[in-house]
Design a protein around this ligand. Structure first.
Ligand SMILES: [Zn+2]
Length: 352
């Protein structure tokens, strides 16, 4: 058998939704299996608004992972983003920036663009908080879409808001989450080096036609919506180049199948169980193993000032002799991205 075997470091997932309750139990181990660190998003109900909320959520997450696997619990470190709310005061930022805080960043969702509620209509109303974040080096993570805009243009329409942030708070660290358009990628390259972006795995594989082609595919529906083939090319170039401004954030966002297959499917693609295979496939077939390491780990560690020492290793294998690659199968609800499709690579974890 002619097999390629590659050993690599675990991923750092700089944007993931782990949910709560039974869904948390199902999905959190899938992230901990392949990642030793993840930045967990705050839009649960009620949202994560304070350091105490984050510490409580951390206990829930660690408990669930420990119940699934003590080995995974020993190697997984969740970090948290607080949700920017009208009552996110400079004092909240000070607590978030403390040495013993599990909070790495603050996430802004414009109202009515995605799952979760926001009571901040305009970032201009949050100047004292944004000043505190700038001074204390707490990054602002942005869901960068203008509410009410055409979904294909909503991300590009947010560029003026970031221009205002960059001019008003010149040292504020900013992450444009789940970037999807050439226009935003070009804008990010033009802003200072402390303005970066995450790229998901699924946006490296989908265009608008995969969401709404011959049929409607609710499991591909997400925000921001996947865009044109040209946008896809720009995203792949940015990921494969892996300059320090671009790093991996899965935005793995599971919803139960009953909701996803309803008349009003919520946005979100559940990629945690398959993203490592997709990324290995993309980067290693492009001949970019160094970019893989930068994109999936080092760039996020540098941006967020995290210890890069890996807690375990991943082994990726590809059987070159297989006439037909095996298909990705899944056992349970919620639906996995790429389920039923061929995948040449297997990825498993190994202890150090
Ligand atoms: Zn998200």
């Amino acid at each position: 058998m002619n097999t390629i075997t590659i050993t690599c470091d675990p991923l750092v997932d700089a944007h993931v939704h782990l949910r709560t309750g039974p869904l948390l139990r199902t999905v959190a181990p899938e992230t901990a299996r392949y990642s030793d660190m993840a930045l967990v998003m705050p839009n649960i109900a009620p949202p994560v608004r304070t350091v105490d909320d984050a510490k409580r959520y951390e206990l829930d997450i660690k408990g669930v992972i420990r119940a699934a696997s003590e080995a995974m619990d020993a190697t997984f470190r969740p970090w948290f983003a607080l949700q920017l709310c009208a009552d996110t005061t400079p004092q909240v930022i000070k607590e978030a920036a403390a040495d013993d805080s599990p909070v790495l960043a603050v996430k802004y969702y414009p109202p009515n663009v995605t799952h979760g509620k926001s009571d901040v209509r305009d970032l201009q109303d949050m100047r004292p908080t944004l000043s505190a974040m700038e001074a204390l080096e707490v990054p602002l993570c942005l869901h960068a879409e203008v509410p009410g805009e055409d979904p294909l243009r909503a991300e590009a329409a947010f560029i003026p808001t970031i221009n205002w942030l960059v001019q008003t708070f010149p040292r504020l660290r900013i992450v444009v989450e789940h970037v999807t358009s050439r226009a935003m990628i070009e804008a990010i390259k033009g802003w200072p080096k402390h303005v970066g972006a995450t790229i998901t795995a699924h946006h490296l594989f989908l265009t608008f036609a995969d969401v709404m082609g011959a049929r409607l595919h609710p499991h591909h529906f997400c925000k921001p919506i996947p865009k044109t083939p040209d946008d896809l090319i720009a995203l792949r170039e940015a990921a494969l180049e892996a300059s320090p401004k671009f790093f991996y954030g899965s935005d793995s966002a599971p919803h139960l199948n009953a909701a996803k297959r309803s008349a009003e499917a919520p946005p979100g693609v559940y990629t945690a169980p398959v993203a490592p295979m997709l990324l290995v496939d993309l980067f290693f077939h492009a001949g970019k193993p160094d970019a893989f390491r930068r994109f999936t780990r080092m760039n996020a560690c540098t941006f967020y000032n995290l210890d890069e020492t890996p807690a375990f290793k991943l082994t990726a294998t590809c059987d070159l002799t297989a006439q037909e690659p095996p298909t990705i199968s899944q056992k349970e609800d919620p639906h996995w991205f790429f389920a039923g499709k061929p995948m040449r690579w297997q990825v498993t974890r190994t202890t150090l």
